[in-house]
Design a protein around this ligand. Structure first.
Ligand SMILES: Cc1cc2nc3c(=O)[nH]c(=O)nc-3n(C[C@H](O)[C@H](O)[C@H](O)COP(=O)(O)O)c2cc1C
Length: 340
């Protein structure tokens, strides 16, 4: 979860429980002393630092999530793999050059897709160019938080069962690939998975994992400002909105004063020292998404975009990561017979 929502403390706590922790690699240079002078250098050093911190704290599995649209994507993939990230997960664009950038590292490469078509294109391109296949796919559906690989009209309202349908199609693509290569290609479902019943539905279909984001914000280990967590706990279903992001994709967020201004068509002026997204034109962008997300983490909610998943209104308490994950595992195991 970017910008700076899923940092070393949260990713390390998740990894300590035996799950895979993810450090968000986007926007780590924001708020550092070198921010204005050398944003790519500040991002690189901050990412290296986050990975080192977590590697000292845990021997569990910790990887990095990097948006394909980042201008410094190549640099950050190389930085993450050199610093020992166990995996690189990448979405917001097809990560077609990922194997080349990660060459020589032992990191697992995990594209994030929102359709079977995207999964097939990646498999074919990586086979042709690099003779390698993805180590897993994360399939993200329309109920996820943050940037979404769907058209705005597909998100309001979200079609029920959409993630299930996507997962089924990507599983088919993965199985074809497994038959060809003889190697496993696990599929991980993401977006709106709130409890063990949700998770067990995807495991029963053949998914090998689920990715959880929203619920992990409401934990003591998540390093965002208390105001960010309080907004999660007080959010009602009707407070969750879809915005157009300068990334060039829609995003799901909780309504704030800032979002009301943006939804009303206001342009929020900003200074851009470094064009951090290839897809953003600072001259025409209505606001700076990196700054707005950074404001959220710092607790300045009136000037913030606070990303959240569709199910955020079901989050009621701050729960330690271990308690949350052990509860999810228990619920998943208990629900499993219902679906097998
Ligand atoms: C606050 C927040 C920030 C996010 N940032 C990113 C990101 O930087 N990169 C990414 O690939 N996905 C991002 N996501 C999406 C999640 O990784 C995840 O796939 C999805 O939200 C899971 O659904 P859930 O939130 O219902 O658990 C973000 C989600 C949230 C809630």
């Amino acid at each position: 979860m970017g910008v700076q929502v899923s940092t070393a403390t949260l990713a390390g706590a998740v990894a300590e429980c035996g799950a895979a922790g993810t450090i968000a690699g986007v926007g780590l240079g924001y708020g550092t002393a070198e921010n204005d002078a050398d944003y790519p250098g500040a991002s690189r050093r901050a990412l290296k630092d986050e990975i080192r911190k977590v590697k000292v704290a845990t021997r569990g599995v910790v990887g990095v999530n990097l948006l394909g649209a980042l201008s410094n994507f190549d640099d950050l993939v190389r930085t993450a793999t050199a610093a020992g990230a166990d995996f690189i997960a990448s979405g917001a664009g097809l990560p077609l050059s990922l194997p080349e950038l990660a060459e020589g590292s032992r990191a697992c490469l995990i594209p994030i897709v929102s359709s079977a078509r995207a999964a097939s294109i990646i498999i074919r391109a990586w086979k042709k160019r690099y003779d390698r296949r993805p180590d897993a796919f994360i399939v993200e559906g329309p109920l996820a938080g943050g940037h979404l690989g769907f058209k705005p009209e597909e998100l309001q309202p979200c079609a029920p069962g959409r993630l299930e349908a996507e997962v089924a199609e990507v599983l088919q693509v993965a199985r074809d690939c497994e038959r060809e290569t003889g190697a496993h290609l696990p599929v991980i479902a993401a977006g709106g998975i709130f409890d063990g019943k949700d998770a067990s539905r995807f495991f029963a279909m053949g998914a090998r994992g689920v990715q959880i984001a929203t619920r992990l914000v409401a934990t003591p280990e998540c390093s965002v400002a208390q105001a960010f967590k309080d907004l999660y706990i007080s959010a009602r279903a009707e407070d969750v909105v879809i915005i157009e992001s300068p990334v060039g994709m829609p995003g799901r967020a909780i309504r704030t004063r800032f979002i009301d201004r943006v939804l009303a068509g206001e342009r929020v002026p900003f200074k851009c020292g470094y064009q951090c997204l290839r897809t953003c034109n600072p001259a025409t962008a209505p606001y700076c998404i990196a700054q707005a997300l950074f404001n959220a983490v710092a607790g300045d909610l009136d000037d913030a975009v606070v990303f959240a998943g569709h199910n955020v209104s079901r989050v009621k308490d701050i729960v330690p990561v271990r308690q949350l994950l052990e509860g999810l595992v228990r619920e998943t195991l208990a629900a499993r017979p219902l679906f097998s």
